[in-house]
Design a protein around this ligand. Structure first.
Ligand code: F6R
Length: 243
């Protein structure tokens, strides 16, 4: 594991943007694994800036997102597809046909999960996977549990995650209780993994990665420690409890 500690969120975002953009310039047909949520928004802004000001070209880039709420279609403003369009795809020269967010309205969701892993494989696998982390250590929607899914699957959201994510909905009741999520195995297949975290809210989850000497399904992020090319980019607040 490599760890980069930055002063604040802005610097975390700039560093992540720089790493991603360097890789895109090196390999214009790169396959990016993307996350939603508050954490990567700054890095996405950086990528948009670099596209507009520094000719960063996404025309041949492919993307796969980690997850989507079950039951939401892409026109729903709370869906992850909508989030990605609004916060990245609509502002860069990516071909939308090359962007993949799990289909929350899939007719046969179980079958669709298997297909999603197949689509990733057919695209040649993910070159760089961007991750955030939940306060409880979840990655994608792989929540602490007695066992974790290897491949993409339908996951139940915990009460805590429902509460935390309700900020993106009009009310708590509107938050879907299930999601389609890439599995721990799907994530670990990426060639390079970058986890971003900022703020005191994430300090416990980060400590549980940095001080971890035994992986546990109760700490899904701990599995990332098995990956040969795993980089943590965090700010001083998120690092706070690990000092
Ligand atoms: C989002 C995802 C989640 C988030 C995590 C942190 O696609 O898979 O695991 O990365 O919940 O969310 P934020 O960044 O909003 O704190």
């Amino acid at each position: 594991m490599k760890i980069i500690i930055e002063k604040n969120y802005e610097d975390v975002s700039k560093t992540a943007g720089k790493i991603i953009s360097d890789e895109v310039r090196k390999n214009p047909t790169i396959v990016l694994g993307l996350a939603t949520g508050s954490t990567p928004m700054g890095a996405y802004k950086e990528l948009i800036r670099m596209h507009k000001e520094e000719e960063l070209d996404f025309s041949k880039v492919k993307t796969f997102n980690l997850d989507e709420y079950l039951g939401l279609d892409g026109n729903n403003p709370s869906s992850y597809r909508y989030f990605m369009d609004e916060n990245l795809f609509n502002h860069i020269n990516i071909d939308k046909n090359n962007t993949h967010v799990p289909d929350g309205k899939a007719v046969n969701p179980e079958e669709y999960c298997k297909l999603y892993d197949k689509y990733i494989e057919e695209a040649g696998g993910i070159d760089i996977q961007i991750l955030g982390v939940g306060e409880n250590g979840h990655i994608a929607f792989n929540e602490p549990d007695n066992s974790l899914s290897i491949g993409t699957s339908i996951e139940d959201l915990t009460e805590d995650t429902i509460k935390v994510n309700s900020r993106f909905f009009d009310s708590l009741e509107e938050v879907p209780k299930k999601a389609i999520s890439m599995g721990i195995g799907s994530i670990l297949k990426a060639r390079k993994i970058i986890l971003l975290a900022n703020g005191t809210r994430k300090a416990e989850a980060i400590k549980n990665i940095l001080k971890c000497d035994r992986i546990s399904t109760q700490n899904p992020a701990s599995f990332l420690l098995l990956h040969p090319d795993f980089t943590l980019i965090i700010d001083e607040e998120a690092y706070g409890k690990s000092k």
